[in-house]
Design a protein around this ligand. Structure first.
Ligand code: HEC
Length: 252
């Protein structure tokens, strides 16, 4: 069955000629994420680089309304670093006499959104709404693999494909025409740890960060799962031993 699908894919690809990855939508590349599997954890360094990408690029358009600055502790930043990141951002408050004012954000504040509301966000983006990132990784079929592929999916439209006004060709986006201009180009951000900021690397890092933001509790949840399975294994052994002991003298 699998071979048949593969063969059909190869045939389709060869028939499609030079079209850039037309089948990408159905066949997302399965990435080897550090957070995959029952023992998965977040690659802290990658998530920190990913935060930088979010902060410097994506946060101009995309909010993370359910995220708090203190959540950054979970990707390995210490208290001082988090306080500094929050403190560099101004959030709305009220002055002594009740007038609207601004103050530096605290770790206990939610991430500041780029736009005051959805209408303003659309107005700034040709009518398209950049979706909130709080749970974007969970909200898209394919999850992290999809987000990563989408960011790498920009290409010249294949011959004969007309791309609408204010839209961009993306081989991975459903329908292939997306209102988001390619957000990443090589060296778009400067990494301080020597990692080369290629589009592929930045996509990987920002996807790791967004996966963390969508499920910051993942590591403790998986640890608990492993403990429970271990407990059940031990319990099964004990129960069996007790059963043998209790029934040992029973003729059968
Ligand atoms: C200039 C504004 C802008 C920037 C910067 C930007 N985006 Fe977007 N993004 C958009 C808009 C607008 C949409 C909605 C596209 C549509 O509806 O066609 C979008 C949609 C998306 C989607 C949803 C796609 C889907 O399947 O619905 C993802 C994921 C995404 N962006 C990721 C990112 C990431 C990651 C970054 C940073 C590396 C980023 N964006 C930077 C404007 C932006």
């Amino acid at each position: 069955m699998r071979i048949a699908i593969l063969a059909a894919g190869v045939l389709a690809a060869s028939l499609a000629g030079t079209a850039p990855a037309p089948a990408a939508e159905e066949h997302l590349e399965k990435m080897d994420w550090s957070f995959n599997g029952p023992f998965g954890t977040f690659d802290r360094a990658s998530a920190q680089r990913g935060f930088l990408v979010y902060q410097q690029v994506c946060s101009n358009c995309h909010s993370i309304k359910e995220g708090y600055y203190r959540d950054l502790r979970g990707i390995g930043l210490d208290e001082k670093q988090v306080a500094a990141i929050a403190g560099a951002v101004n959030v709305a408050t009220l002055s002594e006499d009740g007038q609207p004012a601004e103050r530096p954000a605290l770790p206990s504040d939610k991430f500041r959104s780029p736009h005051p509301n959805d209408r303003a966000a659309r107005a700034a983006n040709n009518g398209a709404l950049p979706p909130d990132f709080s749970v974007i990784v969970k909200a898209r079929e394919g999850g992290a693999d999809y987000i990563h592929a989408l960011l790498n999916g920009y290409a010249e439209p294949p011959a004969g494909v007309k791309v609408g006004d204010g839209l961009y060709y993306n081989a991975v986006y459903p329908g292939h025409q997306i209102a988001m201009p390619a957000p990443l180009t090589d060296d778009r951000v400067t990494y301080t740890d020597g990692t080369k900021p290629t589009v592929e690397q930045m996509s990987r890092d920002v996807t790791t960060f967004l996966t963390y933001m969508a499920s910051p509790e993942m590591e403790s949840r998986k640890r608990m799962g492993v403990k429970i399975v271990l407990f059940l294994v031990v319990m099964t052994g004990l129960t069996y031993a007790v059963k043998r002991k209790v029934w040992a003298d029973m003729p059968h």
